[in-house]
Design a protein around this ligand. Structure first.
Ligand code: AMP
Ligand code: TRP
Length: 326
């Protein structure tokens, strides 16, 4: 029997290279050998303030990007979290199997809450909703970037707690990170992770960035002192650029180090920029086709909703029976 995997991304802006290398690249690689579920986690997105039209548009552009990077909707189940009400139902139940202290320790919560006086309960319990997203589908593995490790560990703890109290109900899933690139760093600051909401627009490359924007961002990317192009602990900026180069070119970091041995940063950056642009070209072409075909996107999400609901409902009914409400 094929192993099952589940993962998700928030529809909060364009996907960037960090999302792709840390998460989606693995999804694409695993889609044929696993029974895969990929979710657009729109209810997670609203834990920070969203504009109505923008959220709506972002959901559809994320669906289009999922397909454009190579996920085949006839093989994998692509769906929207808010289309399967079992997610919020199970999240409510699991809130009662989660301790305040566990959520207070979540580093993503601490980061997001920093300097933000009025925090919502939604932001605080967000990891419980993520646990529900995962546990409903009984996956063996959850392929995500490194920043989600703590959330998957919490998910495991909640699952074990529930299983111990009642009986085997949830599969306890393993987190899965890529060998390289589980944490892609910002181009303008190699000490912080690449993110859409980071310091500036120069820190990330969106999969929707135009070629001239990509070239400019790579040109401006910070490098390390010295002149050799190699991946090492004391060269975090170059290591990051090499991991990105490797992901878009298919060459290993070692091969790239050899290729650029004795070469200057200028040539390296120019060719890295060109490699990203070349890699993005067919993705963007497919994306533009899809985004104009709204009916096709709707049909993909509808089919996903139907498939996901069936699986989710089995787990939810079992949980409801065990706690005594059915
Ligand atoms: P998000 O955009 O926060 O919904 O993240 C979606 C997925 O991308 C998750 O699996 C994250 O762990 C992953 N991810 C986000 N940023 C990075 C990054 N800078 N490096 C590697 N993976 C990332
Ligand atoms: N919290 C994840 C992030 O910010 C997104 C997410 C929500 C997720 N539910 C999930 C990831 C379930 C994997 C599985 O990236």
């Amino acid at each position: 029997m094929k192993k099952r995997i589940l993962s998700g991304v928030q529809p909060t802006g364009a996907l960037h290279l960090g999302n792709y290398i840390g998460a989606l690249r693995q999804w694409v690689d695993l889609q044929h050998e696993t029974d895969a579920y990929f979710c657009i986690v729109d209810y997670h997105a609203i834990t920070v303030k969203q504009d109505t039209q923008e959220l709506y548009d972002n959901i559809h552009s994320l669906a289009a990007m999922y397909v454009a990077v190579g996920l085949d909707p006839s093989k994998v189940t692509l769906f929207k979290q808010s289309d399967v009400s079992a997610h919020t139902e199970l999240a409510w139940i699991l809130n009662n199997f989660t301790h305040m202290g566990e959520l207070q320790r979540m580093t993503q919560y601490k980061d997001k809450a920093k300097g933000n006086g009025k925090q919502t309960v939604g932001l605080f319990t967000y990891p419980v909703l993520m646990a529900a997203d995962i546990l409903l589908y009984q996956p063996h593995m959850v392929p995500v970037g490194e920043d989600q490790k703590q959330h998957v560990e919490l998910t495991r703890n909640i699952a074990q707690r529930f299983n111990n109290r009642f009986s085997e109900t949830f599969r306890v899933p393993d987190v899965m990170h890529p060998k390289d690139g589980a944490r892609i760093m910002s181009l303008d600051d190699p000490n912080t992770k690449m993110s859409k909401t980071g310091s500036s627009q120069w820190g990330y490359i969106a999969l929707s960035d135009a070629p001239d924007v990509v070239m400019k961002k790579i040109k401006k990317a910070v490098t390390d002192s010295g002149s050799t192009i190699e991946a090492s602990a004391d060269k975090p900026a170059l290591t990051n650029l090499l991991v990105i180069y490797s992901a878009v070119s298919g060459k290993t970091v070692g091969e790239l180090e050899e290729l650029y041995h004795g070469q200057g940063y200028g040539k390296f950056k120019k060719e890295l920029g060109e490699a990203i642009v070349t890699w993005l070209e067919p993705i963007q072409e497919r994306y533009h086709e899809l985004i104009q075909n709204y009916d096709e996107l709707q049909a993909i999400l509808k089919q996903g909703q139907e498939r996901a609901s069936v699986v989710a409902q089995v787990t939810l009914d079992d949980v409801k029976t065990k706690i005594g409400v059915i």
